[in-house]
Write a protein that binds this ligand. Structure first.
Ligand code: ADP
Ligand code: MG
Length: 328
């Protein structure tokens, strides 16, 4: 049974007057318990908006979200409250997401005030100690304030805060992007251990592809709010089908200098267009070297390229296929 599915979910933000634009445009995805889905794409492509919509911090404009097979829009108050506890999020800047006046122990305990108000002081204390231990923070940090500990330690506090409620899904929005590479690896290892121990589903949002390979089972590549490619992580890394994915991959650092020299870099010219006024047809065509006449006319549908893998690109679509039937 899947943990989470999104079907054609859009998130629109208002513009002046009565207009609006889609920051997330008809995104479909699914996640199983214990699975990690990476969501990647350049800054502004809608990753945070999608993450926030999943957690319920930003309303969905259309589309269906299900949790363990049930449409969440049918949930009553109690079920919605319970869902809030099951889906947690951590952000890029751990220091900014912690209250500067709260000690580490207070910050980690705080979610219990809302969800376990009847818990005794002693039980809370035990839970906090257990959580600090789980995220490998020394007991001595319990009484420190956020500014007195390192960035990596702050992120561990944010993880402990999220995990103390026993979530089933953790959305990590650029959660390691601000950290040094060595600290990134430690946090990734920690998340993987927590995942193994609790069967946690992870949605791992990142603008770069290098971090996600080691951690993720599947990946969805976003461009201007749309999924342009999705599939098992190894398939997408070794046989990227979309020109955008190939460009993102060519920007990934390769540790081996000989392999790095042998590889052709695909440079993406300029910035993505504004989602307020997207190009007609395929939204990537204005930056695509292989763009054809049809690309300006019609948006390519997601088409299967192999087991669990899909791409939305006219180069991959036999001309006999049309529109929505490409999905099947
Ligand atoms: P990412 O996380 O991939 O950088 P975001 O989800 O933050 O992308 O932003 C997607 C698009 O939505 C961008 O064009 C951004 O400017 C716009 N945007 C983000 N948040 C808001 C908001 N609260 N109101 C209006 N527009 C927003
Ligand atoms: Mg973001």
């Amino acid at each position: 049974m899947t943990l989470l599915t999104l079907q054609d979910v859009s998130v629109r933000y208002p513009l002046a007057g009565r207009a609006s634009f889609a920051a997330v445009d008809r995104v479909s995805l699914e996640l199983a318990p214990g699975e990690t889905l990476a969501i990647v794409g350049e800054s502004g492509c809608g990753k945070s908006t999608l993450g926030r919509a999943i957690v319920g911090l930003t309303p969905r404009s259309s589309g269906i979200m299900t949790w363990r097979g049930r449409d969440v829009s049918s949930f009553d108050r109690a079920a919605r409250h319970a869902l809030k506890r099951r889906i947690q999020i951590i952000f890029q800047d751990p220091l900014a997401s912690l209250d500067p006046r709260m000690t580490v122990a207070e910050a980690v305990a705080e979610p219990l005030d809302i969800f376990e108000p009847m818990m005794s002081r002693a039980a809370r204390g035990r839970r906090v100690t257990e959580m600090l231990d789980q995220v490998e923070l020394p007991a001595a940090t319990a009484d420190r304030l956020p500014h007195a500990i390192s960035g990596g330690q702050c992120q561990r506090v944010a993880i402990a805060r999220a995990m103390i409620l026993g979530p089933e899904l953790l959305v990590c929005d650029e959660a390691v992007s601000a950290l040094d590479v060595s600290v990134q690896a430690q946090i990734v290892n920690l998340l993987q251990r927590l995942q193994r121990e609790t069967d946690l589903g992870l949605i791992f949002i990142s603008h770069g592809l290098s971090v996600v390979r080691h951690l993720s089972h599947r990946v969805a590549v976003l461009y201007l709010g749309r999924v342009v490619e999705t599939g098992p992580i190894e398939t997408v890394f070794t046989r990227p089908a979309h020109p955008y994915t190939r460009a993102l991959l060519s920007a990934v650092e390769i540790p081996d200098p000989i392999a790095a020299r042998a590889r052709q870099r695909i440079i993406l010219a300029g910035d993505p267009p504004s989602p307020v006024n997207p190009p007609s047809g395929c939204v990537f065509r204005t930056r695509c070297k292989g763009a054809m006449a049809i690309c300006a006319e019609r948006a390519p549908a997601l088409t299967s390229t192999g087991p669990g893998a899909q791409v939305a690109c006219h180069q991959h679509q036999p001309s006999s296929q049309t529109g929505a039937s490409d999905l099947f």
